[in-house]
Ligand binder design. Structure first.
Ligand code: FAD
Length: 317
C-alpha cells in the first residue's frame, strides 16, 4: 500500500508568514519596544491585528512549542541583552477600538491607557484620571492591575475579555481576576487580555482634565524626566516604600555601567545610554541585598524580568 511520506515540519517563519492579519519581523530588537531601551532581538516579533490572527498565531506557537510573550508598551519589563527566543507579540489593529455606551466603555487591549483616560475625561466620563500619568496599554494595565494615587484599574474595571494559550476565549469580571497590589491571577499564565470594559461616572470634563494635569505635574516632581526607565523597580513592601529603604541604604545614585539608581527616586533605575540588562540586574541584586541586611525586608520586583533574567534573579536569592 502506498504511504504518504511525513510532511517536513514547516519553518516557524513560514508558518507565521502564512497568517493574514499578522505582521512578522525576524530578529526585531526589543530595546525599541521597551521604555528602558534595553534588550536584544526577539527571534520573531509579531504585530497581531485581528482576533482570527491571534487564534492562528497561538495555534502555531502550540504546534511548534516555542516560547511566547505578549507585550504592551514595554513600560514595565526588562529584556535580556541576548534577546528572547520564540515569539514576542504586540496587539494592534482591531485591538485598538474604543466603544462608548453611556458610562460603559469598551476599550481594546492595544490602546494607550493615558490616551483613553484623557479622551474619556474630555467627554465628561470620569474615573480613570489617576491612571493617565504613566505609559501603559489597556491590556498591560489590566494584567498588572496598575494603579496610582490610590486608584487601581480594578476600581473601574467591569469585565475583561481574555484569550487563553489554548485559544479559548472567555470573559471575566474584575473580581474574577483576583486583583491585588500590582498583580492579578493572570501572572505567568500566558493568558492574553484583549479587551477591557470600564464602568465610569459622569463628571465635569474641564475638572477631570485639570485633575489629570495636576497629578502629572505632581508625579514628575519625584520621577526622573527625559531618561529611559521602567518606573518602579520593586513593589512597595507593606506599610513602607521601596524607594525610602533603598535611599536609607545610601544607594541612590549608585551606577553599574550605564545603569544608575536614580538620584531623584530610590526605586527607579535609569538607563543613561547603552545600559545592559546585566547592569540593571546587578543593581537590583545590590538593592535587594542591602535592604535585606539593613531592614530584614525582602524586595519583590515589580518590573517583569523576561526570559533568563527571571531565572538569574531567583537563582541569586
Ligand atoms: C515613568 C513610568 C512610570 C510608571 N508609573 C506607574 C504607576 O504609577 N503605576 C503602575 O501601576 N505602573 C507604573 N509604571 C509601570 C507600567 O507603566 C505599568 O505597569 C503598565 O501597566 C505596563 O503596561 P504595558 O502595556 O507597558 O505592559 P508591558 O510592560 O509591555 O508588559 C508588562 C507585563 O504585562 C504583560 N502584558 C502586556 N500586555 C498584555 C495583555 N494584553 N494581556 C496579558 N498580559 C499583557 C506582559 O506580558 C508583561 O508580563 C510606570 C512605568 C514608567 C516607565
Amino acid at each position: 500500500m502506498p504511504t504518504t511520506p511525513p510532511r517536513a515540519p514547516r519553518a516557524p517563519i513560514d508558518a507565521l508568514a502564512d497568517i493574514a492579519g499578522l505582521e512578522v519581523r525576524p530578529r526585531e530588537v526589543l530595546a525599541r519596544h521597551s521604555t528602558f531601551r534595553i534588550g536584544g532581538p526577539a527571534e520573531w516579533f509579531a504585530l497581531v491585528k485581528t482576533a482570527a490572527a491571534l487564534g492562528r498565531l497561538l495555534a502555531v506557537v502550540r504546534e511548534l512549542d516555542v516560547p511566547f510573550l505578549i507585550l504592551g508598551l514595554g513600560s514595565n519589563i526588562l529584556f535580556p541583552d541576548d534577546g528572547l527566543p520564540g515569539v514576542v507579540a504586540r496587539l494592534g489593529g482591531d485591538f485598538g477600538r474604543l466603544e462608548i455606551a453611556g458610562t460603559r466603555v469598551t476599550a481594546g487591549a492595544a490602546l494607550s491607557l493615558p490616551q483613553v483616560a484623557r479622551n474619556l475625561a474630555a467627554r465628561g466620563l470620569v474615573g480613570l484620571e489617576a491612571l493617565a500619568g504613566f505609559p501603559s496599554t489597556v491590556g498591560g494595565a489590566v494584567y498588572m492591575n496598575a494603579g496610582c494615587y490610590g486608584t487601581e484599574i480594578r476600581d473601574v474595571l467591569a469585565s475583561a475579555a481574555l484569550v487563553d494559550p489554548d485559544g479559548r476565549q472567555r470573559r471575566v469580571t474584575a473580581d474574577e481576576l483576583e486583583p491585588g497590589y500590582r498583580e492579578t491571577n493572570l501572572r505567568d499564565t500566558g493568558t492574553i487580555v484583549v479587551e477591557a470594559v470600564f464602568e465610569l461616572r459622569r463628571g465635569d470634563a474641564a475638572a477631570a482634565l485639570a485633575r489629570i494635569d495636576e497629578l502629572n505635574r505632581k508625579r514628575w516632581q519625584s520621577l526622573p524626566a527625559g531618561v529611559a526607565n521602567a518606573g518602579s523597580i520593586f513593589r512597595n513592601p507593606p506599610g513602607d516604600y521601596a524607594g525610602r529603604l533603598v535611599d536609607a541604604c545610601g544607594l541612590k545614585g549608585t551606577a553599574r555601567g550605564a545603569a544608575r539608581i536614580s538620584a531623584r527616586h530610590g526605586n527607579v533605575i535609569v538607563n543613561e545610554g547603552g545600559a545592559r540588562a546585566g547592569d540593571v540586574l546587578a543593581l537590583m541584586l545590590e538593592m535587594r541585598r542591602a535592604v535585606r541586611e539593613r531592614f530584614a525586608v525582602e524586595l519583590v520586583p515589580e518590573v517583569v524580568l523576561a526570559g533568563e533574567l527571571g531565572h538569574r534573579w531567583r537563582a541569586a536569592a
